[in-house]
Design a protein around this ligand. Sequence first.
Ligand code: BGC
Ligand code: BGC
Length: 615
Amino acid sequence: MKKTHILKTLWLLFVVLVLFVSCRGDDQPVGAGDTSAPGINADYLNAELSADERAVILLEQMELRDKVGQMTQVARDYLKSTDDIRTYRLGSILSGGGSAPEPNTVAVWRDMTNEMQDQALATLLAIPLIYGSDSVHGHGNLKDAVIFPHHIGLGAGNNPALVFELAVLNAKETAATGVKWNFSPCLTVPQDIRWGRTYEGFSSDPDIVSTLGKAETLGLQSGWNSSSTMLATLKHFVADGGTEGGVDRGDAKLSDQELADIHLYPYLASLEAGAGSVMVSYSSINGLAMHANGELINDCLKTTLEFDGFVVSDWAALKELPGDAKQQIATAINAGIDMVMVPDNYVSFIQDLTQLIEAGTIPMERIDDAVTRILRTKFAMGLFEYPYADPELENAVGSDEHRALARQAVAESLVLLKNDGILPLKAGQRVLVYGSYADDIGIQSGGWTLRWQGKPGNDNEGISVVEAFVGELGAENVRHVTTLDVLQQQDLDAFDLIVFVTGERPYAEMQGDKPRPGLPQAHLTTFEEIRATGLPVLSIILSGRPVLLGEVATSDALVAAWLPGTEGNGITDVLFGYVQFRGRLPFAWPKDEAGFIQGQEDAGYLYPLGYGLEL
Ligand code: BGC
Ligand code: BGC
């Protein structure tokens, strides 16, 4: 009796011990990790060692599932429970366009990302996760962040020092929410303005893209090893802007020379500046999908150009490759992709990837290389030391200082296309501002702002064009209308000029492709009525690219304002002559269809690349 009792007790102890040892990784208390557990070499936590050394020490202690987890990026909307971060050892989470917690405040973002980080740090090896988002012109997914001009406007301003400062601003506002990976700068060199992502490119001129891309990379990553640490992403590798007809995710038919001189060229400076990640393009080159292009990812980017950061796929891009899910994964990882933006069915992705490794379809060396790159980057940027959102950074979000910098960027981005003597405007003038776009921060901001495709309306804090005019002239001298029907002739006589605000409604990838980029038909009709008043007309164009102007080209003055973002008073700063016009066209402006394609000698351009008047 007694003997069996002892045996039973011993057996129970044994079972408990086995369970304890085998489950160590799964059941750590949240936030604890267990890097002090017996058998763990915690030297990788020593920040005195180099990122390379730390990655080696950590990698050799990782199980296959730790490695697979590091290579998996899941969108927050698809994460079934926060616990899954710990269970599957996920290495990265992202917010897609418009994906934000409710209510959309810094504090709620911070709680969300910190809670996710708790889960990541509760795994045995306590590897922090990296949270990504598209802060392509400020933290577009965060309500009331400062939104500065989209790249196209910064390309017009072409001031690398300012682009650097904006990137620092951006890193702080983004990191305040625990997002430490920005899918920017987009280094695309758009060659056809029918493409809906034209505005994500600084210019059709590779030199401008190169200079400003480098400045943005340096600015974003300037806070490495501090709480505003931010990982930059060069995208979309490569030739996303070279597709035939400007079709999003299309095929670029290119000679090696064109590929090198136009599309690959801007990567060189940003890689040299130390960009830590590169995102692969949905598009293909001469029929081969970039996500399957080992020659460009493995050989060119990693070997020839000696890129030692990591390569991430685009959103669900593997699903566009030939074959079944497993073949798609094998193709992409063997081509050199290190982390997959899955972003949805991560459980089956993890299963598939694990089986492919076990079967030897993807060699272990490839996996170790991928994971080493991810870990090395996480170490180099200081993510292990600064895994959480720093509450101190909240003060930076939407600060006066940031708004002032964005306002300066707006002022520098404006291109004066035409001026028949009505600019600069003067104090005391009475102005009739026409059009709904004149009072719409959403339209000023364009795509990738609060929603994936952007959204008209005044959801974000900011200053609209009308508000900027009121600020300048006083409410008594500014009237805003969206139809002339409300005005009598004697009303009209009271104004010195009409400011006509027109352009494009917000759009982003795919939906922004247009066979004939132009102004809305209703605006063109309106313009004739405006013209008929006989008052001088200043037209301000809010657009993501040069557009066909029709009769609007006959305005007395014409200003291209691109997608300026939240600080509309940067526009009046220039119109009233406090800041000089200095913007130059970053793309040639078409006169007709022939002018959609950039870089042609004798095309039908209304204004060439580099054009811009001064006052
Ligand atoms: C876009 C990328 C973006 C990613 C995450 C993709 O559809 O092409 O530019 O970074 O989504 O939102
Ligand atoms: C996401 C974007 C993503 C896109 C790709 C959207 O639902 O919000 O971030 O780029 O899908 O198709």
